[in-house]
Design a protein. Structure first.
Length: 241
């Protein structure tokens, strides 16, 4: 694997059989990144064992982060040094170079207080050792700042994958979510309780007017599947012209 440090002003596209410039076609970009890392399309991911599941999760986070504006490392919640180490450890066979991953030095990503609190909460509750859970604590905390359901902003295919991720790597924390509260809301509830605050004034959740915000359905279409559907519709429209 070759990773070069280059000026971000010279960022190029993923170098696949049919390269697509990031700014020209963001809808394809996430799926390209995922395929480059894993060799599979997201819909065909094999996650039967823990190692492949971890690779699927992290490839999904990097793919969805690459679909957004800004430096990839920052969008994913890592420093550039951490991102390089992650790629070398989990995706050593991927032909990654500076055309795919422009890096402007080794400075850590800017640290937001809110991100740091969620990251520290997750880090303190790790149930697996090693770099992967440490990286995931930072990545989940950063992606939790995005506006959609957390599983969507992690690029995952459904909420059950997020629950599996949290139970695997942050079991002591995840096991406290006995009522299947939405994970973002649950994180903040845990932060408040750890600091001695009461998050809600209603003693029973079912009597609360905001019940749907904490426990509402989190179904929907994954962000990469949504892009795939949009592309198919556009191709069909072009063919009909």
């Amino acid at each position: 694997m070759t990773i070069a440090i280059v000026d971000t002003s010279h960022a190029a596209a993923v170098n696949l059989q049919a390269p697509l410039a990031f700014e020209d076609d963001k809808r394809h970009h996430g799926r390209q990144i995922y395929r480059l890392l894993t060799g599979n399309d997201p819909a065909e991911a094999v996650i039967d064992d823990d190692f492949n599941f971890d690779r699927h999760v992290i490839a999904s986070i990097l793919a969805v982060s690459a679909m957004e504006h800004g430096a990839l490392a920052e969008r994913a919640g890592l420093s550039t040094v951490e991102l390089i180490a992650l790629l070398a450890q989990l995706f050593p066979a991927a032909a990654i170079d500076s055309t795919w991953l422009p890096i402007n030095g080794a400075a850590p990503a800017p640290d937001d207080d809110e991100i740091a609190m969620v990251r520290d909460l997750l880090t303190a509750q790790r149930s697996t050792d090693g770099d992967v859970s440490r990286w995931l604590a930072a990545m989940v905390a950063r992606r939790a700042m995005e506006p959609n359901h957390l599983w969507e902003d992690l690029g995952l295919r459904e909420r059950s994958e997020l629950s599996r991720l949290l139970m695997r790597h942050f079991g002591p924390l995840a096991s406290r979510n006995t009522r299947n509260m939405r994970w973002k809301r649950f994180f903040y509830r845990m932060l408040c309780e750890d600091d001695g605050f009461v998050m809600c004034t209603t003693p029973v959740c079912t009597q609360c007017n905001d019940f749907a915000l904490c426990f509402g359905e989190e179904s929907g279409e994954s962000r990469m599947a949504e892009r795939r559907r949009e592309v198919a519709l556009q191709e069909a429209a072009n063919a009909a012209m």
